[in-house]
Design a protein around this ligand. Structure first.
Ligand code: ZN
Length: 245
């Protein structure tokens, strides 16, 4: 088994292409799974929906996807995110919008013992960030799958719940976390299109039978940043991707 876990593409096509190329450069993968937020913030929503539909074996909705499709009120979003959502609604193709609207909030992939959930799977009715060890424990205790794969915070990590019930947060790499037979894992795939852990490189996670690893990939950040300004997205969005916050 060799699987790639990605999340929070946020309509950044250059970052998505770089990650997909990097994934296959290491050998074939059985599947690529995306944990939500295909659009919002970035300049290429339609292209990213189309590419993920082609390359991902499973995808789910994030809060920005629901914001764009109108499945969810955007009242709680900050003004810059609202502006990006309104821009996305004006520029996304009808087909891509319909495709986003069909995404579920969570999805089980039984053959790989995975649950995909954009925010914490402990709270299906809201988009909860998982940032603290307590939240990690709550998320793992609310699920039974061997691997729970999330996104939302744009900060990658791998956390183990061992058979004694201890939480072992391994952080965000680099280096592999070796899979133990009796443990369960909470994996945040980080963000392809807008990392927020002070590392502007695109993030994703590679998993095989033995290990889980957070991987970082360089892409043409300047080009995406310029494009964001050219199409009328906010300066703050085009700047933050250069710094990874
Ligand atoms: Zn996001």
């Amino acid at each position: 088994m060799r699987i790639a876990l990605i999340s929070d593409v946020h309509a950044n096509l250059r970052a998505l292409e770089a990650v997909l190329l990097h994934i296959v450069s290491g050998g074939p993968v059985d599947a690529v799974y995306h944990a939500g937020d295909v659009v919002g913030y970035g300049p290429e929503p339609t292209e990213c929906v189309e590419l993920l539909n082609k390359e991902c074996a499973a995808n789910i909705a994030g809060n920005h996807d629901h914001g764009v499709t109108g499945k969810e009120s955007i009242e709680s979003f900050n003004p810059i995110a609202v502006q990006a959502i309104e821009w996305t609604r004006e520029h996304i193709s009808k087909e891509a919008l319909e495709s986003l609207g069909s995404l579920e909030r969570a999805r089980k992939i039984e053959k790989h013992e995975i649950l995909l959930s954009h925010g914490s799977p402990a709270f299906a009715d809201r988009w909860e960030y998982v940032m603290s060890v307590l939240n990690m424990k709550t998320a793992l205790e609310a699920t039974s799958e061997r691997f729970c794969v999330i996104g939302h915070s744009h900060m990658p990590f791998v956390t183990e719940l061992d058979k004694e019930g201890n939480i072992n947060p391994y952080g965000k790499g680099p280096g592999k976390v070796y899979i133990k037979p009796d443990s369960r894992y909470l994996i945040n795939a980080g963000s392809v299109g807008q990392p927020r852990d002070q590392d502007p490189r695109a993030a994703y996670v590679l998993m095989d039978d033995e290990s889980i690893e957070v991987v970082r990939v360089e892409y043409d950040i300047e080009a995406t940043s310029r494009r964001m300004l050219d199409v009328g997205l906010h300066l703050a969005l085009s700047e933050r991707i250069k710094y990874g916050f």
